[in-house]
Structure formats: structure tokens, C-alpha cells
Design a protein around this ligand. Structure first.
Ligand code: IDP
Ligand code: MG
Length: 139
């Protein structure tokens, strides 16, 4: 069993795709262990997207990610990290296959509906970034 961090991004929040996104994860058998809505600060985004900081489009990503609050989910399931990245699809929504979340609901390379942790190391760090231990639930 693994836990992973999902962020439902502002394009999904503003277009009303949050329910469909969560529905797909639940239908695939993943359990919600944590859930919150939050506005992302500049400081948090610079940490979360540290690997993109030097790129020319970082300010655009930052302003997109702050355009509405996001919904953070801690999801648990077998091989959650790899399986959820597969369900989400590649970064560029226009290249994401039909049936993937980004392929069906995303708009382009930036407006791509969700963030999903890409490794066990990243998941551990990212879950701590978004959830205190008393905000994660075993049941
Ligand atoms: P990922 O979300 O598929 O893991 P990353 O390369 O980690 O992709 O990039 C993080 C996020 O930054 C992407 O999901 C997307 O919103 C945005 N992004 C990545 N590459 C580009 C780009 O070339 N133009 C605009 N936004 C981008
Ligand atoms: Mg990434």
C-alpha cells in the first residue's frame, strides 16, 4: 500500500471537474485519507515546483496555480503512485491518451487538471508539505 499526493488544480476547480476527478480515483479503488482546500502561497509553490523555478514559464505556472484555491488529496492504494500517474496521463493534456484524466479533461501542458506525486520519495515529502499528521486519517 502507498499514499500519494494529488492536487486538483485551478482549471479543474473553475470548470467543475473536481467531482469527476475524485470519482475516477474512488472508482479505481483508492481511499481518501486526507482532503483539504487551500490557496497556495508563493513560498509553497516555489518549494513544490522547485524543479521548474528557473524556467521562463514559471511565473505563468505560479499565477495559474494561484488563480483559485486547489483541493489537496492524500490517496491510498496498492501501487498508488505509479497507478495514479498512469490514470492522470502525461503532462501535456493535448498528448494525453483518451481515458486518462488529462486526456479527457485537460486543456494544454499547463492546465492539466491534477498534480500527482511521481515517486515514493516525492510522495512522502509532498504529503508532509500539504498535510499535518492529524489531517491524515486511517479508518
Ligand atoms: P507533471 O505535473 O506531469 O509531473 P512537471 O514537469 O513536474 O509535470 O511540471 C509541473 C507542472 O508545471 C505541470 O503539471 C504543468 O502544469 C506545468 N508545466 C510543465 N511544463 C510546462 C510547460 O512547458 N509550459 C507550461 N506549463 C508547464
Ligand atoms: Mg511533476
Amino acid at each position: 500500500m502507498e499514499k500519494t499526493l494529488i492536487l486538483i488544480k485551478p482549471d479543474a476547480v473553475s470548470k467543475g471537474h473536481c467531482g469527476e476527478t475524485i470519482r475516477r480515483f474512488e472508482a479505481a479503488g483508492f481511499k481518501i485519507r486526507g482532503c483539504k482546500m487551500a490557496r497556495l502561497s508563493e513560498e509553497l509553490l516555489r518549494e513544490h515546483y522547485a524543479h521548474l523555478l528557473e524556467l521562463p514559464f514559471f511565473p505563468e505556472i505560479e499565477s495559474f496555480m494561484q488563480s483559485t484555491p486547489v483541493i489537496a488529496l492524500a490517496l491510498e492504494g496498492e501501487n498508488a503512485i505509479v497507478r495514479i500517474r498512469e490514470m492522470v496521463g502525461p503532462t501535456d493534456s493535448t498528448k494525453a491518451p483518451e481515458g486518462t484524466i488529462r486526456g479527457d479533461l485537460g486543456e494544454n501542458v499547463m492546465k492539466n487538471i491534477v498534480h500527482a506525486s511521481d515517486s515514493t520519495e516525492a510522495a512522502t515529502i509532498e504529503l508532509k508539505r500539504f498535510f499535518n499528521s492529524d489531517q491524515l486519517f486511517d479508518y
